[in-house]
Design a protein around this ligand. Structure first.
Ligand SMILES: *Cc1c(COP(=O)(O)O)cnc(C)c1O
Length: 237
């Protein structure tokens, strides 16, 4: 018997993509929603360019990255593909203009100084404000109490178009199946509040590999899905 284990074949990628798409359709139907209203972003961080090309061949057009240098290099290499690049990681102020140059959508706007750094008089970029649902500031995102002021700041800054709110469900050891759904319900409530300030900011970027069905039930419009589609991320040395 062979002891050589081949790399995952593209067929496996197609199978995983297909089952996630089916899972999203099921969740949308259960929520009485049209699956076409949900954008699935495949998060390709740590994976090679070839994986993005395979995804493209399978019809994927929205990809997500969370590290600036990696994202910048990939977007430059694949500039000829008709891809929408979503930046989902924390943005350093001094890198903001560079991220803006290749990203189509930034999901992680979380502080006033970053809004200032991202502003532009020349062009518009779509963005989400990231909300932190935990007490741990290191996880990124603005706390719910500081959200209204940040919304005002984005609205007052030229060059940014606010699509809505982004969040990551908190990790909890005792997490039951209802946990992510409760977290996403909080984001939906915050979204209703900020629409009094920003009526056009209706989108909700929430839901990952483990919790996308719960996110769809709570109104997610943008899912950020990595491993359930790509397989495990290569471990970096
Ligand atoms: C990596 C990442 C994802 C995707 O995570 P999976 O669990 O692999 O689906 C989604 N959102 C953000 C912000 C990420 O960094």
């Amino acid at each position: 018997m062979s002891t050589v284990f081949p790399e995952a074949a593209p067929a496996d990628l197609a199978t995983r993509l297909g089952s996630v798409r089916a899972g999203i359709s099921d969740a949308a139907r259960a929520a009485g929603r049209d699956p076409a209203d949900i954008t699935t972003i495949v998060v390709t961080k740590f994976h090679p360019l070839a994986l993005i090309e395979e995804l493209y061949a399978l019809g994927v057009r929205n990809v997500g990255e969370n590290r600036h240098q990696e994202a910048q290099a990939k977007a430059a290499e694949l500039v000829d593909l008709d891809l929408v690049w979503h930046f989902v990681g924390q943005v350093q102020g001094k890198k903001a203009r560079q991220v803006r140059a290749y990203a189509d959508v930034i999901h992680s706007v979380d502080r006033a100084s970053l809004v200032t750094a991202l502003g532009s008089d020349e062009s518009n970029i779509d963005c989400f404000i990231q909300v932190n649902l935990t007490d741990d500031a290191a996880r990124g995102g603005v706390g719910p109490l500081d959200l209204p002021a940040l919304v005002d700041k984005v609205l007052a800054t030229p060059g940014l178009r606010l699509l809505g709110l982004m969040a990551v469900a908190p990790i909890s050891v005792s997490e039951g199946p209802e946990e992510p759904r409760r977290a996403f319900a909080r984001v939906r409530e915050l979204s209703a509040q900020i629409r009094l300030q920003a009526p056009a900011a209706t989108a909700l970027s929430m839901g990952m590999s483990q919790d996308y069905a719960a996110a769809v039930l709570e109104g997610a419009t943008h899912l950020r899905i990595g491993t359930a589609i790509t397989g495990n991320r290569p471990v970096l040395g």
